[in-house]
Ligand binder design. Structure first.
Ligand code: AMP
Ligand code: ZN
Ligand code: FE
Ligand code: FE
Length: 277
């Protein structure tokens, strides 16, 4: 068990626990520092900070996860210590979330053409106030009995190269890192083992301000983690990580705190963010 987890989702995006429920869970599991990293949304943060008042030992870092499509793959960028009350930042996130709605609608249409009949209205209900994402579509498919677990939707239909996938609006990975810098945050490459030509990508992203990459990612094997630790060291990047917990109920889904970076990594991230603000 780690005491730091820098990758967690809530109902503000595609996680299934509310910010309050997540805070209670991480406190119960003995975590000391956690970052909420919802997709394109900081809407869960105020509630999380409020809930965390009951747990003085627990520190919450304001974070976010931005997604970008690159040819044939996806790159996700995590941000920490962003000035999330900034109006321009919120305007940009709002735009991203509107783009998500259009994209999800198109995926539902593509699914229908493939014989998977789920209602767009139901997807919206499942997403609630949160930034809509593919897991919400997957949950609607489970409800209708087309699949029994959400990961099957990705394997068969809405994974990056699946027949019902729809690309998101163009945001390059460099643009994502630059935005995060403008927002006063520090940028970290998420789940890098799924990034092809990782070394080139790291160089491109370092040039625009990347400070870290995930190493201690709960779904990775000890061998992968060792390899990533070496790569991070070689590139002078802080080794970050966490569980990427969504409470989606897939078998073997790692719980918060299954893995995470050592506490000094958080101190160094914060110091870099403070130098930036
Ligand atoms: P979206 O933000 O709509 O592009 O959806 C991305 C989210 O889908 C990720 O954050 C994960 O929660 C989930 N996801 C992506 N790939 C898979 C997969 N192969 N199995 C299960 N969930 C996945
Ligand atoms: Zn997600
Ligand atoms: Fe991700
Ligand atoms: Fe994530």
């Amino acid at each position: 068990m780690a005491i730091v987890d820098l990758h967690l989702h809530t109902t503000a995006s595609d996680g299934r626990l509310t910010p309050t429920e997540l805070v209670q869970l991480v406190a119960r599991r003995g975590l000391k520092v956690v970052a909420l990293t919802d997709h394109d949304s900081t809407e869960g943060l105020d509630e999380a900070f409020e809930a965390a008042r009951a747990f003085p030992e627990l520190t919450i870092i304001p974070g976010i996860e931005l997604s970008t499509d690159v040819p044939g793959a996806e790159i996700h960028i995590l941000a920490y210590f962003i000035q999330y009350r900034d109006a321009r930042l919120q305007e940009t996130l709002q735009k991203f979330r509107v783009g998500r709605v259009e994209r999800a609608r198109r995926m539902v249409e593509k699914l229908r053409k493939l014989g998977v009949e789920i209602e767009w209205q139901r997807v919206q209900e499942i997403a609630g106030e949160g930034a809509v994402g593919r897991p919400h579509i997957a949950l609607a498919m489970v409800e209708k009995g087309y699949i029994s677990q959400t990961h099957e939707a990705f394997d068969r239909y809405i994974g990056r190269n699946g027949p019902a996938y729809v690309e998101r609006e163009k945001l390059t990975h460099q643009e994502a890192v630059s935005l995060i810098k403008q927002w006063g945050g520090v940028a970290v490459l998420a789940h890098p083992a799924w990034v092809s030509n990782l070394n080139d990508t790291l160089e491109e992203l370092k040039a625009v301000g990347l400070v870290g990459m995930e190493v201690f990612y709960a779904q990775y094997s000890p061998e992968t983690i060792q390899e990533l630790a070496d790569i991070a060291k070689r590139h002078g990047l802080l080794p970050c990580g966490g569980s990427d917990y969504h409470a989606l109920g897939n078998p073997g889904e790692p719980l918060p705190g299954t893995m995470g970076p050592p506490p000094e990594v958080v101190e160094r991230l914060e110091k870099l963010a403070m130098e930036r603000a």
